[in-house]
Design a protein around this ligand. Structure first.
Ligand code: TYC
Length: 129
């Protein structure tokens, strides 16, 4: 909830309706009713769960391709992308970043799509952080 610190809202309800004047014509009238009180809850929303995007090693995807993937999809500079790629190469798995679920899903899809377009078996996955 974005509103913090407000205790109460006064509710103003406007009714607009046709009033029958008894003759052949009718008029529009607006009535304003005031006085309802709505208590604001002093609650903060929980922050959304975050997901780590992980790159997996394989024996076929070229190192240079993985570096380009990390630069383009994860906005890493060349040095950082090379460090992450080498970690995946040596340890089997490496972290590309932490994102909300939708962003992590989109990044995983982009990595896999790009890899398949180039006929590489590169695997990318995500897990809750
Ligand atoms: N192991 C690959 C090779 O030797 C390089 C590689 C690194 C592949 C990272 C995938 O996520 C990966 N060409």
């Amino acid at each position: 909830m974005a509103i913090i610190g407000l205790d109460k809202f006064v509710v103003i309800i406007k009714h607009t309706e046709w009033l029958d004047t008894g003759s052949k014509s009718a008029i529009m009238a607006t009535r304003v009713q005031e006085g309802g009180v709505l208590e604001a809850k002093k609650e903060r929303l929980k922050s959304p769960p975050l997901y780590k995007v992980l790159l997996l090693n394989d024996d076929f995807t070229p190192m240079d391709f993985v570096v380009v993937v990390l630069q383009t999809i994860f906005a890493m500079n060349r040095e950082r992308a090379t460090t992450v790629m080498l970690r995946v190469h040596r340890e089997g798995v490496g972290e590309c970043g932490t994102f909300t679920r939708d962003v992590a899903t989109a990044k995983v899809d982009q990595v896999v799509d790009l890899a398949r377009q180039h006929q590489h078996p590169l695997q990318c996955t995500m897990e809750e952080a």
